[in-house]
Design a protein around this ligand. Structure first.
Ligand code: URA
Length: 161
């Protein structure tokens, strides 16, 4: 993505397609994410897309706390370099890591939170949690789509501040 991006997306980890291509979000969930980005009036080249873990967990299982820990310095440095205006956290593992919270994604999505994990005096970065595109594909209801679109609209408004 763009190293000067105002908006960063953080997902969970590579799936099979991502692992093969060495790029994030290039499978079905990636296609939906691309559509979401275009609907926001942006292109993939204008945002920065990262994942919590950098290797594919076996059978696509949720990364273990140890695996998240092993990759966290890399992600922290990505965030430090990009210093986006806002991060959209895609799904529960990204939200849990960025907000250090065990509250459910349903409870956290839809409002702004802060990522405080940069250097001790570094800036806190605004985080908007939303449902992961893979979850949305599984539960493609009008209600879920409205919720995600409303979260993304808040992120768009923050970019324009
Ligand atoms: N899901 C993710 O969380 N990240 C990817 O890169 C692809 C699918």
């Amino acid at each position: 993505g763009d190293p000067d991006a105002g908006l960063m997306f953080v997902g969970e980890g590579p799936g099979r397609n991502e692992d093969e291509q060495g790029r994030p979000f290039v499978g079905r969930a990636g296609d939906l994410l691309s559509k979401m980005i275009v609907a926001m009036g942006l292109s993939r080249e204008q945002v920065y897309i990262a994942n919590i873990v950098k290797c594919r967990p076996p059978q696509n299982r949720t990364p273990t706390p140890h695996e998240v820990d092993a990759c966290s310095d890399y992600l922290r440095r990505q965030i430090m370099i990009i210093q986006p205006k806002a991060i959209v956290a895609l799904g529960a593992p990204a939200t849990k890591f960025l907000l250090d919270s065990s509250q459910s994604i349903g409870a956290l999505r839809g409002s702004w939170h802060k990522y405080e994990g940069l250097l001790p005096n570094g800036p806190a970065i605004d985080v908007m949690p939303t449902f992961h595109p893979a979850y949305l594909l599984r539960q493609y209801t009008t209600d879920n789509r409205k919720k995600v679109w409303s979260d993304l609209q808040q992120a768009m408004a923050r970019l324009e501040d």
